[in-house]
Design a protein around this ligand. Structure first.
Ligand code: ATP
Length: 454
């Protein structure tokens, strides 16, 4: 990574929303259509010569972001500049030049190569489309050169093979050759080795590193495999539900994560640091539906570090539980069935049971509180302020009697947090840039696209 390198790709406030059409339910209810916000208001810069990793769980928007970078998707909002020019406003000539300079390698080489084309036909096609390397013999020479470079040698032995005659590793090398034959500057690799046998992955990755030097490439590596990201990438952006929530030098992001989601993500992957103590992530629940993402910070419903309001006199973990209780009541996930409401049980006891159940977080054992069994917890052990406990109990009583509206009324305005109210700005935290309210006091990133030289 060259610290003085120029920016090659500048992503500014880019969003990609899918499926903007109104569904039947939306139409009947007279509602606006609800798009899937696959990528939402993302900004970052990739410098020349960088290998930038994009990591995150399945469905967080990595592939969509990758396709935006190579213009296989048009952004719904925002701008993407390549070498200073906005790629959404290119003339035909500029677009042809862009298509040469920018390539993408996909996860599945079986799908990305035409089964009816020989290796030669697949690799020579981009030269023909872009009218490069003169006539047949120059193009054949170039194809042979690039096949040898990607380790398919002697290249002549591969020229007339069809995809079905090759192994997964050989096929991915053909796909790499097809991308590199036009001498690109920027290559987006989407899970390039995840379909390959584990035993040959390192070989393909090392080849890609060598080719970076040879071709002077700038790469984006998209992967859910954090050890791959760590091995390959100088800088890493972590995505959650369409948002880039942390970005910075890979070693800092891995060893000293700033965003609670990044921390949880790396906690769940002990092999990233084999020396590290093995433990499980302190997060609750599943990734929400991207059609209806949470307000404020999208991670807040699962976050272990959710911020209590000013004036909260209990502990932060107690606030986290009270907040979860409220959410479950408001969304009617917690109901009378979660307590014993049989005739023999006094209503007060049923409300206590509901509280014990609703304040438990179903966390891995190491993150549970002393009195927690996994599905219940004793509220008196939680350092909840008396008035908060009283409010929660009152709400629990209403739920037990099946009156959610009354329960919501009791909880209205209680257990509020900035994390649910406001989307966090990008802030500098250590060597990283992160979108988390915990860093409110830090320097705000006023530049549109934080750069790799920070
Ligand atoms: N063409 C499309 N139309 C509608 N929704 C889409 C489309 N492409 C992606 N999505 C949705 O956008 C969200 C992000 O998808 P994307 O494939 O970018 O995520 P990802 O992080 O690459 O996931 P994975 O690792 O599983 O490939 C998902 O909810 C997905 O269902």
């Amino acid at each position: 990574m060259d610290r003085n390198a120029d920016p090659l790709v500048e992503v500014e406030n880019v969003s990609k929303w899918f499926d903007m059409s109104q569904g039947v339910v939306d139409r009947l209810m007279g509602r606006e259509p609800t798009p899937v916000k696959a990528v939402d208001d993302v900004s970052f810069t990739i410098n020349e010569g960088d290998i930038m990793g994009i990591a995150g769980e399945s469905g967080c928007g990595k592939t969509t972001l990758g396709k935006l970078l190579v213009q296989l998707h048009e952004p719904t909002k925002g701008s993407i500049k390549f070498d200073g020019d906005d790629i959404t406003e290119m003339s035909n000539d500029d677009e042809q030049e862009f298509r040469k300079r920018v390539q993408m390698i996909f996860q599945d080489p079986f799908e990305s190569l035409n089964p009816r084309m020989t290796v030669f036909q697949s690799v020579v096609e981009p030269l023909r489309i872009n009218d490069m390397y003169g006539g047949y013999s120059e193009r054949r020479e170039r194809v042979i050169e690039v096949l040898n470079e990607v380790g398919l040698s002697p290249a002549e032995a591969y020229l007339n093979e069809f995809p079905k005659e090759l192994s997964g590793g050989e096929l991915q090398r053909v796909a790499i050759a097809r991308a590199l034959v036009v001498n690109p500057d920027f290559v987006v690799c989407d899970e390039p080795v995840s379909m390959l046998d584990v035993s040959i992955r390192a070989g393909v990755l090392n080849l890609m590193k060598e080719l970076q030097d040879e071709y002077g490439l700038t790469y984006v590596f998209i992967s859910h495999d954090l050890s791959l990201i760590r091995y390959m990438c100088d800088r890493t952006a972590i995505m959650y539900l369409g948002d880039v929530i942390e970005q910075g030098p890979t070693d800092d992001v891995v060893m000293d994560p700033k965003h609670p989601y990044t921390e949880a993500l790396f906690d769940a992957v002990p092999e990233v640091d084999p020396e590290a103590e093995r433990h499980r992530a302190n997060v609750t629940g599943e990734v929400p539906n991207p059609r209806n993402p949470p307000s404020g910070c999208r991670f807040h419903p699962r976050c272990s570090k959710i911020i209590p309001p000013e004036g909260w006199t209990g502990s932060q973990p107690a606030f986290r539980r009270a907040f979860q209780f409220k959410r479950q009541v408001v969304t009617e996930q917690l109901g009378p069935d979660d307590a014993d409401t049989s005739a023999e049980t006094a209503a007060g006891r049923a409300a206590d049971e509901l509280l014990e159940h609703g304040l438990a977080l179903e966390l891995p054992e190491e993150h549970q509180s002393a009195s927690e069994t996994g599905t219940t917890v004793d509220p008196r052990q939680l350092d909840l302020p008396n008035d908060a406990e009283q409010t929660l109990r009152e709400a629990a009583e209403r739920v037990v009697s099946g009156d959610y509206d009354a329960a919501r009324e009791v909880l209205d305005g209680e257990f509020e947090t900035v994390c649910a109210r406001e989307h966090p700005d990008l802030r500098t935290a250590g060597d990283q840039i992160t979108a988390c309210h915990l860093y409110e006091g830090e320097r705000k990133e006023t530049r549109k696209a934080p750069s790799a030289d920070d």
